[in-house]
Write a protein that binds this ligand. Structure first.
Ligand SMILES: Nc1nc2c(c(=O)[nH]1)N[C@H]1C(S)=C(S)[C@@H](COP(=O)(O)OP(=O)(O)OC[C@H]3O[C@@H](n4cnc5c(N)ncnc54)[C@H](O)[C@@H]3O)O[C@H]1N2
Ligand code: MOO
Length: 404
């Protein structure tokens, strides 16, 4: 593998350029589509409301009659009932929240604004023309694109689709991802430590959790020891089941780092072979058919950050979203000294302070890419360019948001 790492943005561009398909599409019942991504634009088929509708309980009147002061109540129309005929001068209709406005009326006088006198009302507090009347198309007009393809379906999307009378909705299929973590030193849940040289594996579950958060179906393989044949055989198995295989560990230059040579020997299309960044400079991404293999670094901070920076954009593009992760500008809340020559992604806190978005590193530890606990407390990533050596307090910085 090359040690001349290509620029970070170039590697991302190569990844974007390699994407030539979108995820498949399936039909789901609207009520079960929460958290899925729309594969079509949702367009209003009719105006909502379709007719002028009262938004309070009261009396539908013609505004021009308000000055008469006293009006005869000639009909009573609860919500859900059709209106009855045209309202003549001097008349009004008892109307409820959600009732259609009767023909000939344009204004709703709330019950609080009148005194009832037998079959008439006396207006005690007049209102403006059109008061408490929801106009036709107040919510949306026929033909309006209400929700764009690629949108993640949340409560409001489900409600609006129900309002539109949709039963089923086309959503992108969930990508299937296999996760293979390798290493002689790593132990799975429940495995008993027999040596101080062993550590508990976290990558297999953090990467899986991030991918699930992103809406994937995941398959977490049994941890694999540093045995070339076994790694290769499991990798091939994983490729059969999944759209994307993610491996962690064994990807750099050590004697037991077999992943790189396995991928090279597979003679498949190289998309990314290292990236001038920290963490993650040994990242390797290859493609076979429409399937991708991501070899992520073993360090836990690196593996998680690379999952966000390189896998999330792929998914985004395959779901009709913008490829790039959302990045914002914020003000640096403290002095920052960069430790490497690479483009750096540092876990940071992003807070609102006196009306401004401010970045700080409170509670974040300095050290290697091993520090997974720096990703606790819903951080964002401070992006610092390769030639920048320090950032003064008050400077504006780029922050990558991880809410993807
Ligand atoms: N001579 C060099 N050494 C290293 C270089 C280099 O360029 N030259 N790069 C360093 C960088 S940067 C990284 S990142 C790591 C990447 O190494 P690997 O991807 O081969 O990962 P491992 O060596 O297997 O593990 C690294 C580290 O992470 C721990 N680890 C591994 N798997 C897990 C897991 N599932 N859960 C928790 N922790 C895990 C492992 O014990 C190691 O401490 O290489 C550097 N070295
Ligand atoms: O690639 Mo390493 O993740 O820079 O620490």
């Amino acid at each position: 593998m090359s040690q001349n790492f290509p620029p970070f943005d170039e590697t991302l561009r190569a990844l974007e350029a390699s994407i030539c398909t979108q995820f498949g599409v399936e039909n789901l019942f609207v009520g079960e589509a929460l958290g899925r991504f729309l594969a079509v634009d949702i367009v209003a088929v009719e105006n909502n409301p379709t007719h002028e509708t009262a938004s309070m309980d009261g009396y539908a009147i013609a505004f021009s009659d308000q000055d008469l002061g006293k009006l005869h109540v000639n009909a009573f129309v609860p919500a859900g009932s059709e209106t009855t005929g045209v309202v003549a001068q001097g008349q009004c209709v008892k109307t409820f929240t959600g009732t259609l406005m009767s023909e000939g009326t344009d204004t709703l006088i709330p019950i609080e604004n009148v005194e009832v006198e037998g079959e008439s009302i006396r207006i005690t507090t007049p209102v403006f023309k059109g008061h408490a009347v929801r106009p036709v198309g107040e919510n949306y007009k026929a033909g309006e694109v209400l929700i764009q393809k690629g949108t993640k379906i949340g409560f409001a999307e489900i409600g609006v689709m129900a309002e539109l009378g949709m039963v089923q909705v086309e959503v992108f299929m969930r990508p299937r991802i296999a996760i293979l973590s390798t290493g002689n030193e790593i132990l799975d849940f429940g495995e008993v430590k027999t040596s101080h040289a062993q550590i508990r594996s976290s990558n297999h579950v953090t990467v899986e959790a991030i991918l699930r958060q992103m809406g994937c179906e995941t398959m977490r393989f049994k941890l694999i020891r540093d045995e070339r044949d076994v790694i290769e055989q499991q990798l091939r198995q994983a490729l059969m089941w999944s759209d994307i295989v993610v491996t962690t560990g064994g990807g750099s230059v050590g004697d037991f780092d077999y992943l790189q040579s396995i991928l090279t020997d597979m003679k498949i299309q190289n998309i990314i072979d290292g990236s001038y960044m920290k963490p993650g400079r040994h990242i390797r991404v290859v493609k076979t058919g429409h399937k991708y293999i991501y070899a992520l670094p073993g360090f836990p901070y690196s593996a998680s950050v690379c999952t966000f920076l390189f896998i999330a954009p792929l998914f985004r593009k395959m779901r009709s979203q913008k490829f790039a992760l959302p990045t914002i500008k914020a003000k640096m809340g403290e002095f920052y000294k960069k430790r490497s020559k690479f483009v750096e992604f540092t876990a940071c806190n992003l807070r609102f302070c006196e009306g401004e978005l401010v970045v700080d590193l409170k509670g974040k530890k300095e050290g290697s890419s091993a520090i997974l606990n720096n990703l606790l407390d819903k951080p964002s990533l401070l992006r610092v360019e390769k030639d920048v050596l320090k950032i003064e307090k008050g400077e504006m910085v780029d922050v990558v948001l991880l809410d993807v």
